[in-house]
Design a protein around this ligand. Structure first.
Ligand SMILES: NC(=O)c1ccc[n+]([C@@H]2O[C@H](COP(=O)([O-])OP(=O)(O)OC[C@H]3O[C@@H](n4cnc5c(N)ncnc54)[C@H](OP(=O)(O)O)[C@@H]3O)[C@@H](O)[C@H]2O)c1
Length: 305
């Protein structure tokens, strides 16, 4: 099969090559998916799981990409709940070969049915950003209606999902980002926008929840804004600061079939708009995954035209 592989962590996405790899075989409870579209998070090249197996052993050449939409091609021994020919979408295991390939082997529990009226490109754009937003807001952040949320990077892939889901849940959303992101963040539903390059974050006042996708100094300054009993949720590694009287949580997104179902249903009925940036063919993927100018939105590769 055709696949994009990486062998050199220092080279990042510039080290990607489109090559031939053996088709994967299905282990117990696995599904082989013929991939139609794959989403991509650029920071994947920095994640240890792109380079090693669960025991820390080198697993290069590895196939990156962890979001997919496609069609079930085969089932492993004991796999139930999905059938050959079914449209699916989901989140591949971090430590296994990923979705920038014609086929992937993936545990069935990491997949959900993709309704027939949802395009594969849309399906591939949702798993990481949608699940990260859902889990950060509702499981880790325990967001309630009427609370105030500070949503960093609100025009980004995760941030636009955070903003929309939080608004639907009845929260007041203060989005942040670069000056150029203001219109997009407001368009996706932020009530206010703080330009981190020019505005004073400290002017925001008290918030119940901070959803951090940036880290560093921005995270440290945000913690001081959290009201007593509030929470910092971070998806950019171990938290670097904690609220004086509240919780700090960092987490890595997990696949969840029921939550994928909630997210795709919202995309179908327009409660959730996708934030898709570049869409490219498999042959053009490496160029698109190595942009020379600032890009916005989730990059999706159409593995099958
Ligand atoms: N732990 C997890 O499970 C998990 C899951 C999903 C994502 N993540 C991580 O979350 C981060 C965001 O992912 P994403 O897909 O949403 O990325 P994205 O689409 O690039 O969104 C991030 C947004 O934040 C902005 N931003 C970054 N640094 C900023 C700064 N210092 N000041 C102002 N704006 C800034 C970015 O602008 P620029 O593009 O101009 O920098 C972009 O608009 C990544 O580091 C990713 O690895 C973690």
């Amino acid at each position: 099969m055709k696949a994009i592989v990486v062998t050199d962590q220092a080279a990042g996405t510039a080290g990607m090559t489109l090559t031939e790899r053996p088709e994967p075989s299905a282990a117990i409870n696995d599904v082989i998916v013929q991939i139609h579209a794959s989403g991509f998070v650029p920071t994947e090249m920095e994640w240890p799981s792109t380079w090693t197996d669960r025991a820390g052993r080198d697993r290069t050449p590895s196939i990156p990409g962890h979001e997919l939409a496609g069609v079930v091609a085969a089932l492993g021994y004991g796999t139930t709940g999905l059938s050959v020919g079914q449209r699916v979408f989901g989140l591949a295991d971090w430590h296994r070969d990923g979705t920038l390939a014609e086929y992937v082997a993936i545990e069935a529990r990491n997949l959900a049915p993709l309704p027939g009226d949802v395009d594969f490109t849309v399906g591939a754009s949702l798993p990481i950003s949608g699940l990260t937003a859902w889990q950060g807001l509702f499981q880790h952040g325990r967001l309630q209606a009427g609370q105030t949320l500070l949503a960093h990077g609100a025009a980004g892939a995760v941030g636009t999902m955070v903003t929309q889901l939080a608004r639907e849940a009845g929260a007041y959303v203060i989005g942040t980002g670069r000056a150029a992101d203001r219109e997009k963040a407001l368009d996706f539903g932020a009530h206010e926008f703080v330009d981190l390059e020019n505005d004073a974050l400290e002017d925001v006042g008290g918030v119940d929840l901070v959803f951090d996708v940036i880290g560093g100094d921005v995270q440290k300054r945000s913690v001081a804004l959290i009201k007593a009993g509030g929470t910092l949720v971070s998806v950019v590694g171990p938290v670097e600061a904690r609220p004086a009287d509240g919780l700090a949580v960092d987490f890595v997104v997990e696949a969840d079939r029921a939550e994928l179902g909630e997210i795709v249903q919202r995309a179908r009925d327009r409660r959730l708009r996708t934030n898709i940036g570049d869409v490219a063919s498999f042959d053009d993927a490496i160029d698109v995954l190595n942009p020379t100018t600032r890009r916005s939105g989730k990059t999706v590769i159409r593995i099958r035209p």
